[in-house]
Design a protein. Structure first.
Length: 256
């Protein structure tokens, strides 16, 4: 039995933190009308709802039917200044029970699952919604009002958005990093740092092998790496057999 615990950490000292818009409430209405994806909608008879909880938990019953959420977003151009790549805007829409179509200023930016008007129904309540809009798409009204409209179909309670606040941000390269590990032989593990962006990112991986019980640092290994989409960086680690260890592996971007 391998006694090993990985703590995979990604950090960057040179990349600015993304400016994140968080949304907890939205305008809400049951029913279905494609005009509700447009900017000019009279919302006087729409209610306000908490997007972190499904609508059943808020007293709404809407089964085998549609409902819409509408969010007004002020998206400052300074969001771009907080990114070192300025390519995409991420719309992280938590989870939605059961299916959805999301529109920004009337433009479809993503859908998950299949709704009855698609010809068949397929639920996707368990999937996290993560939609991407190009910064230069022309769909974003920078420094002005933007309408995020979400069309939801629910087959059975509970229904609607749930799980977390909606988050909108312009990612930097560090946001595209991920680290994986795999067994590379007896008491040896291989780390692989990957990036989803084509721009190379250079820095240092520092692997600290600790005794799990005492916290004693048994070994520290550093490796300079450069990583980009399709070209991951790899690092192999060895540890003592029979000892329960924790391996911390932060990545620190090189200062520019």
């Amino acid at each position: 039995m391998r006694n090993i615990v990985f703590t995979l950490l990604l950090a960057s000292v040179a990349t600015m933190q993304a400016q994140v818009i968080e949304v907890k409430e939205a305008k809400f209405r049951t029913g279905d009308n494609l005009e509700w994806k447009s900017a000019n909608v009279n919302e006087s008879d729409w209610k306000t709802i908490d997007v972190t909880r499904n609508w059943d938990a808020q007293g709404v019953r809407c089964n085998n039917s549609y409902a819409w959420y509408r969010v007004h977003l002020q998206m400052p151009r300074t969001m771009l200044e907080s990114s070192d790549i300025k390519e995409n805007v991420i719309f992280d829409l938590a989870q939605i029970d059961d299916t959805d179509e999301a529109y920004l200023n009337g433009h479809l930016i993503g859908k998950t699952g299949q709704q009855p008007h698609d010809g068949q129904y397929r639920s996707a309540w368990e999937r996290h919604r993560h939609y991407v809009v190009k910064v230069n798409s022309g769909w974003i009204n920078w420094d002005g009002d933007n309408i995020l409209s979400i069309r939801v179909y629910n087959a059975g309670e509970p229904g609607g958005i749930f799980g977390d606040r909606l988050r909108i941000y312009v990612p930097s390269r560090v946001d595209g990093l991920s680290m994986r590990h795999s067994e590379a032989g007896k008491c040896r593990y291989e780390l692989e740092l990957r990036s989803q962006y084509k721009e190379a990112m250079s820095g240092v991986i520092t692997a600290k092998i600790q005794d799990f019980e005492t916290g004693e640092i048994l070994k520290t290994i550093q490796k300079k790496v450069s990583v980009k989409d399709g070209k991951p960086a790899k690092m192999e680690l060895a540890y003592d057999e029979g000892r329960c260890v924790r391996i911390n592996t932060p990545f620190e971007e090189a200062k520019s």
